[in-house]
Design a protein around this ligand. Structure first.
Ligand code: HEM
Length: 494
């Protein structure tokens, strides 16, 4: 009886999906057969953890628009950028982002909210804390973490010990974000391990949200069920909230005391704003702002740093070119110790290396999904009705051969230096590791500060010998495309 009931439900579901597919004005859009009738195809592909590569192949096979689920479409077209992400258009974030929220609470992160008006109001509240001028005050925090990282690498050098460089980049990124956010490092660099399970919690959370977001209507029920499991995505989110709350409590105690004499960190700013206007900048805003930094500002930086070092280690002539640039400037007395942000901005090859690495390995690996607003929209010559989900995956854009040339998949920082103005402008417009438009990354300036300062320091002081230089780097894509086995030996550069 049970099996008959189950079979009838499945049958009814398939018939309904087929009816929806054949009656849809978008039925001619190409894509894998199963993706026409069920989101399970997309779920399964994402679950496998390498969708960024599959997404590139799908576009090579099917063209500019590819169906990845019954009402979800991946786009590869520079002309679509302005339509979907332009500041004048109003494409809200798609339902996939709901998977990142706690359905039992009303608090939303800037990153997850689907409401355009709420987002605009919230973003305004935080904007000053991420501005370029505020950033200069954070340089000392970055210097301190860079110094400790170098110290730890010196200890690990020459011991023939193989380290996971990706993990160390994450310890560095977490300590910097701790310092910038709470003016207190979390202590990962000292511990050299996942203290208190924060990294694991963040990973569980990311995997859950990435997959649950594909079935947003199931998320409230699923979240409740898995919250009883100790290391589930739901339990991990609760742990992350607790962690952020504790750090805020500690920060409150120091605020305005004699011990609080350094540069103002972000939570210090948030708390001051809250104390001045508690109804406007609420306690919830303080919590969500600090949590956003921990969630968005650690793995992304670690992934980017790992990508840069990996590309340099597998392209030793480029590594040499970078070292020559830095050494040359140092000989001319143009480099301080530690190097300043301003000095790094005067290093064209360093900037090209960073840009090229983030092009070839952007941190996010799924489409930046948006919902077509009221009235529908024409994208790449196709009319999409209201409610369809569309988006561009940074990996797909960055590997587009029409934009970046036949050598699009190769690491060639020179393309950012030698290309003519027109080519450069075309490439710039389709290179967006930090996202686009009003929902673009809040932490872009902080990221470039952290990355720009630590790379010269590391490549000038250390040699990195990859354990398996010929092996393709293994990554897992649960929203962030994280390297899992960047293993190397360190030695001090003579
Ligand atoms: C190399 C490092 C980073 C990369 C590649 C990166 C990338 C991105 C991307 C692609 C988005 C847009 C996501 C979307 O459209 O759904 C985004 C949003 C965001 N990022 Fe980053 N990010 C980085 C570092 C950071 C840091 C360090 C912080 C904070 C300190 C941060 C905070 C945010 C926030 C708050 C948003 C949401 C913005 C909004 O919706 O208004 N990110 N980031």
């Amino acid at each position: 009886m049970f099996y008959w009931a189950l079979a009838s439900i499945v049958f009814a579901r398939v018939v309904f999906s087929l009816y929806k597919y054949y009656s849809s004005p978008l039925r001619d859009i190409p894509g894998p057969l199963l993706a026409r009738i069920t989101s399970f195809w997309y779920f399964f592909k994402v679950y496998r953890g390498c969708f960024e590569k599959e997404n590139i192949e799908l576009h090579r096979k099917y063209g500019k628009i590819v169906r990845i689920a019954p009402n979800e479409f991946s786009i590869d077209d520079p002309d679509a950028v302005k339509i979907i992400y332009g500041r004048s258009t109003e494409f809200p974030k798609a339902d996939w982002y709901y998977g990142w929220t706690n359905p039992m609470q009303k608090n939303e992160l800037l990153f997850t909210t689907q409401s355009i008006s709420y987002h605009t109001a919230q973003r305004r509240k935080y904007a000053a804390s991420y501005s370029m001028s505020t950033l200069m005050g954070y340089e000392g925090f970055v210097d301190e973490c860079g110094r400790i990282l170098s110290q730890r690498f010196e200890e690990l050098s020459g011991s023939n010990l193989v380290i996971n460089l990706g993990e160390w980049m994450l310890y560095y990124a977490l300590d910097v974000i701790g310092a910038i956010t709470f003016s207190k490092r979390f202590g990962f660099l000292n511990a050299g391990e996942d203290m208190g399970g924060l990294i694991e919690a963040n990973e569980n959370r990311r995997m859950y949200a990435t997959l649950a977001g594909i079935y947003p209507s199931l998320h409230p029920l699923l979240f409740r069920i898995v919250s009883y499991l100790p290391s589930s995505g739901a339990a991990s989110l609760q742990y992350l909230f607790k962690f952020a709350n504790e750090r805020i409590r500690e920060r409150k105690v120091r605020l305005g005391t004699e011990a609080d004499d350094g540069p103002m960190d972000q939570v210090g700013r948030f708390l001051t704003a809250h104390n001045e206007r508690p109804d406007y900048f609420t306690a919830q805003d303080v919590l969500m702002g600090s949590l956003a930094n921990i969630l968005a500002g650690s793995d992304t930086i670690a992934i980017s740093l790992s990508a840069i070092l990996h590309y340099l280690c597998t392209h030793l002539e480029k590594m040499q070119k970078l070292r020559d640039e830095i050494d040359g400037m140092a000989k001319r007395g143009q480099v301080s110790d530690p190097v300043t942000l301003k000095e790094t901005q005067a290093m064209p090859y360093l900037q090209a290396v960073i840009k090229e690495s983030l092009r070839l390995h952007p941190a996010t690996g799924l489409i930046l999904a948006r919902k077509v607003p009221k009235g529908g929209a024409t994208i790449s010559g196709e009319f999409f009705p209201e409610g369809a989900t569309v988006g561009i995956n940074t990996w797909v854009a960055h590997y587009n051969r029409d934009i970046f040339g036949p050598d699009a998949r190769f690491f060639r920082p020179e393309r950012w230096i030698e290309s003519d103005e027109k080519t450069l402008s075309v490439m710039e417009q389709y290179n967006f590791p930090f996202g686009l438009g009003s929902r673009g990354c809040m932490g872009k300036n902080i990221s470039l500060l952290e990355i720009g300062k630590v790379i010269p320091q590391l490549v000038c002081r250390f040699d990195f010998e990859l354990e398996e230089p010929q092996k393709e780097l293994h990554c897992l894509n649960y929203w962030f495309v994280k390297q899992t086995d960047l293993r190397c030996r360190l030695s001090i550069r003579r």
